[in-house]
Design a protein around this ligand. Structure first.
Ligand code: GLU
Length: 374
């Protein structure tokens, strides 16, 4: 049965990705401040409605090059890195001020590919995002273009936004750009193309209409948007591509303006748990007492107090197997401490953990969001 397009208000945690051309007038380098103000009004409405909102904003390089009056045309890597350094400061200020008018506090996060791909750094970035959201801030995220070199960079914020959505277990990703969605013929083919309102699954046919990667036809960034769609939907995040060329672009989606939805079969928590249970090779074992087994079965996190013994050479963020004292597997999860630190805090009350380690770690040794019962 064909499914129907969701509404933004169906979602609890939404990532909004804003393309450079929406924020900055590429020719004149002027900021589209009225447009940004309208987007922030939309964001404030959702935020007031208790939705968690994260922004992935491009525009550092575009703003930087305009401030520095760099000539038009492609920039050398070192030039774009330096332009981003200038532009990112301005970009952060603009978001902070415009969201601030609605009483919303923005927090800047600059990430590199490694922060989203390497498990330990991934966990660190995720904890920062979680904390900001708990404080009702709006994280404003961009790639750290000043240090990202060509081999280790995303280069496009579509895929970055999809990884951020996965990292934050967001249930919706909105890609705002200068096109209003995916059309059923590649651009430039000369025949009339129709907008596809709903993609239930990204098939090879869908990829084909996005245009071949690296070709002239892939202009408009549809290829990276489809890549983003794959990352998002396989991790339980719905995605929508919509035009940001009108003011109040989020309200426009709700009002039924053309856009393309990519549906996910999963929900973010289930997808993440599947990843923990299935794809990660466990690096160690935590043996836990009966009280802790019972707590986990009630959906609680695993605290150091319930752990009797640890085994293996694991690092923070690795997958571990959790066993009861008879050796039966109870659960799997991502551990919040390196093996050495974990060994020191087994059996300790949460209050003692800081004293033993000499630093403030997480209260949980495995957080319930990172746990999958066996
Ligand atoms: N991170 C780049 C910037 O802020 C933009 C990448 C993109 O446009 O996708 O300038």
């Amino acid at each position: 049965m064909p499914r129907k397009a969701p509404a933004l208000t169906d979602f609890r945690r939404i990532v909004v990705k804003v393309g450079s051309s929406l924020l900055v007038d590429v020719a004149g380098g002027r900021l589209h401040d009225a447009w940004l103000a309208s987007l922030c009004e939309d964001i404030a409405m959702l935020h007031k409605d208790r939705r968690d909102i994260l922004v992935v904003s491009s525009g550092a390089i575009a703003l930087g090059r305009s401030k520095l009056r760099l000539p038009r045309g492609p920039l050398k890597l070192e030039d774009s890195q330096a332009a981003a350094a200038v532009g990112q400061i301005a970009l952060a200020r603009i978001w902070s001020e415009t969201l601030g008018r609605h009483g919303i506090t923005a927090g800047q996060i600059l990430v590199t590919l490694g922060d989203t791909e390497e498990r330990r750094r991934y966990l660190n970035a995720r904890e920062t995002l979680d904390k900001l959201l708990e404080w009702k801030c709006v994280p404003v995220i961009n790639e750290n273009d000043t240090v990202a070199t060509s081999e280790i960079r995303y280069g496009d914020n579509d895929r970055l936004a999809a990884r951020v959505a996965t990292m934050a277990s967001a249930d919706c990703l909105v890609l705002l750009s200068d096109i209003d969605g995916l059309y059923d013929a590649p651009p430039g083919e000369g025949r009339t193309a129709n907008l596809i309102p709903l993609v239930e699954r990204i098939t090879p046919e869908i990829e084909a209409v996005a245009g071949a990667s690296g070709s002239e036809l892939s202009r408009g960034g549809m290829v990276t948007k489809i890549e983003a769609g794959k990352i998002a939907t396989s991790a339980g995040t719905h995605m929508v591509i919509a035009s940001g060329k009108r003011e109040y672009p989020l309200r426009a989606i709700a009002d039924g303006n053309p856009c393309t939805w990519f549906l996910t079969p999963a929900n973010p928590v289930t997808a993440r748990k599947k990843w923990i249970a299935g794809s990660l090779e466990p690096k160690g074992t935590l043996h836990i007492d009966a009280g802790a087994v019972a707590a986990l079965r009630r959906g609680k996190s695993l605290l150091p107090a319930g752990v009797k013994r640890v085994e293996g050479e694991f690092a923070r963020g690795d997958a571990v197997i959790i066993r009861d004292l008879d050796g039966a597997e109870v659960a799997r999860g991502l551990v919040a401490y390196d093996a050495g630190d974990a060994a020191q805090i087994v059996g300790k009350s949460s209050a003692d953990v800081k004293m033993v380690l000499g630093f403030e770690g997480r209260v949980e040794i495995v957080h319930r969001d990172d746990l999958v019962m066996g």
